[in-house]
Design a protein around this ligand. Structure first.
Ligand code: S3P
Length: 429
């Protein structure tokens, strides 16, 4: 659906609660489904990706009741999962695909996974290869690189794995398989990726050892049900953190936003660029910290973003590119070739769509270069290409773009932020 928006010359003021964290919501349903007992989840994200996870586990016989943002899962351990009679549809969700493969790897069942057109292009050998090494039988298009993928799990041996990429999905898939592996499974990454799996496994009673960029787990442990509170998603908050910084005369308060250290690259970048951002009322539940964030209109300067920080802000790069168009000077983003294998090739989609608005931005092999303050952006016909974060970035861009913006395929936004436009309307004055 094409949506016409024109928020030019508005200001943003007020307070919002962004929806629950996507990564944590997926894991709460998955871990609740393989735990023993009743797990309750509060402030669950009812976005399409997490609903895909629920439907996959329901197809494996798990009783899951959802009432808005509250979810109750009756887990019966790994053994409680039944061989699915239907194909598991992962929709648009890479996290669902890769983590479920890790869970299924250790179970004596057959299952078949399929997703949408975007999922069919995303590389899966990064998980299917190490899971095969552990002993799972996996087949799929191009030898297990792409969906559809079928898996027959069974008895696994532990694995010591040096991952070539910093990816929480790869790390989590191998660790989840490791729970059913013989002996110890260790994953080492080149840079630390988000660590929600490690933190939540601890909350479910699992002994997880972390040393530098290595995480180890011993096979044969079982998960005990617990209660999970899901903090607000910093990746959703990021759209309003950027909007509050770049739209004149604005101040936005974002309540209960997750500030897990492996996710706060966006806060670090805003601070380095000179933004007025406050982090207050820090607290923690189930080993996940969260806080209230306040952002107001700021004078910004361009910076270089590279190295270790990249995994801490990988999902925020589309909105950081827009932020950089409003900063004085040049912003260079490097070491981010993982962007090419996200919901879209986000180097290409960001550069192409922002260029349509008059931004001065170039693609590089592993990132992009953005020349800031090159005149007022202008509304244009743009396209999310089915990528939720591109759709939201373009809607935020309309706050600074003269004239009407026509955004194709805004439905994609429901993947992670179903109430996104309601929240813009609430803040726009
Ligand atoms: C996620 C990990 C990241 C991130 C994705 C969610 C997760 O992907 O981009 O949106 O929940 O584990 P990679 O593991 O591919 O880096």
């Amino acid at each position: 659906m094409m949506k016409k928006v024109n928020y030019f010359n508005s200001t943003l003021n007020g307070e919002i609660h962004v929806p629950g964290d996507k990564s944590i919501s997926h894991r709460a349903v998955m871990f609740g489904s393989i735990a023993n007992g009743t797990t309750t989840v509060e402030h669950f994200l009812p976005g399409e990706d997490c609903l895909s996870t629920i439907s996959c586990f329901e197809k494996m016989g798990v009783n899951i009741q959802r009432n808005g943002e509250s979810v109750t899962i009756q887990g019966n351990g790994f053994e409680g999962l039944l061989e699915p009679k239907e194909i598991l549809d992962v929709g648009n969700s890479g996290t669902t695909t890769r983590l479920i493969l890790g869970i299924l790897a250790g179970l004596p069942l057959h299952a078949c996974l399929i997703g949408d057109a975007s999922i069919a292009k995303r590389p899966m050998k990064r998980v299917t290869n190490p899971l095969r090494e552990m002993g799972a039988k996996i087949d799929g298009r191009e030898d297990g690189q792409f969906t559809p993928i079928s898996i027959r799990g069974g008895s696994l041996k532990g694995l010591t794995y040096q991952s070539p990429v910093a990816s929480a999905q790869v790390k989590s898939a191998i660790l989840l398989a490791g729970l059913n592996g013989e002996g110890i499974t260790t994953v080492t990454e080149p840079h630390q990726s988000r660590d929600h799996t490690e933190r939540m496994l601890k909350a479910f009673g699992i002994d997880v050892q972390v040393e530098g960029h290595s995480v180890s787990i011993e096979g044969g442990q079982s998960l005990q049900a617990t209660s999970v509170f899901v903090p607000g998603d910093i990746s959703s908050a990021a759209f309003f953190l950027v909007a509050g910084a770049i739209v004149p005369n604005s101040e936005i308060v974002l309540k209960n936003v997750g500030i897990n250290p492996s996710r706060i690259g966006i806060i670090e970048v805003l601070e380095q660029m000179g933004a007025n951002i406050k982090v207050e009322n820090k607290r923690e539940e189930n080993f996940e910290p969260f806080a209230d964030l306040t952002i107001s209109t700021s004078t910004l300067k361009g910076i270089e973003i590279s190295g270790d920080v990249i995994p801490r802000l990988i999902d925020e790069i589309p909105i950081i590119a827009l932020l950089a168009t409003q900063a004085e000077g040049m912003t260079v983003i490097k070491d981010a070739s993982e962007l090419k294998v996200k919901e879209t090739n986000r180097i290409d989609t960001v550069v192409n769509e922002l260029s349509k608005l008059g931004a001065v931005i170039e693609a590089t092999d592993d990132g992009m270069i953005i020349h800031g303050k090159k005149g007022t952006l202008r509304g244009a016909e743009v396209n999310s290409h089915g990528d939720h974060r591109i759709g939201m970035m373009l809607a935020i861009a309309s706050l600074l773009s003269e004239g009407d913006m026509f955004i194709e395929d805004t439905e994609a936004i429901a993947v992670s932020y179903p109430t996104f436009f309601e929240h813009i309307e609430k803040l726009v004055k």
